[in-house]
Design a protein around this ligand. Sequence first.
Ligand code: ZN
Length: 199
Amino acid sequence: MSHAIVKRKQLETRICNHHRIYCSAFIILLIGIILKVLPLHNCFTLLMLSRSCSRILSLNLSKQFYRTMNSTGKWNPSLTSEQLRVLRDKGTERPNTGNYLHNKQTGIYSCANCDLPIYKSETKFDSGCGWPAFYDAIPGSLTFTRDESFGMVRIEICCSRCGGHMGHVFEGEGWQKILNLPTDQRHCVNSCSLNFKEG
Ligand SMILES: [Zn+2]
């Protein structure tokens, strides 16, 4: 079991234990009132006090719980298994299958996991390679890493905010001259790593 899951379980247990303590205190005070062991007004004050403490502690524990969830479960729950395979596990979608391969609409392509804007539609071009191609990204939106998998040396591109795998970037293929582009880069990107918004 990973450290994150253990930590989450501990927090869940702490929250449950806290509610158990609060319920026990409530029952003891109730018995006190019924048996007239404790004066009624003191019991009422104690009850209100324990209720306030419970709320404050419970809220803090819940906040901590959800903070832990967010920091560990960084993958958007709305992602499909194919998107997870590509974004998280650095997979590649099958060529000529992506939703945005032939998309010619004007707008912004954002990371499908964290919604960070990555590409402007005006930087998209048709390379015929089977995946959407862009000659440049929005500054600061990507991280570049040398990737030596499958016996090739490639530059992997990932979302700079969440680390989601986008694809690879190739340089010097001649697209700049062929299509008169501002750079000679081809960002070869998986459609399922992106979300497109018109505008
Ligand atoms: Zn992202």
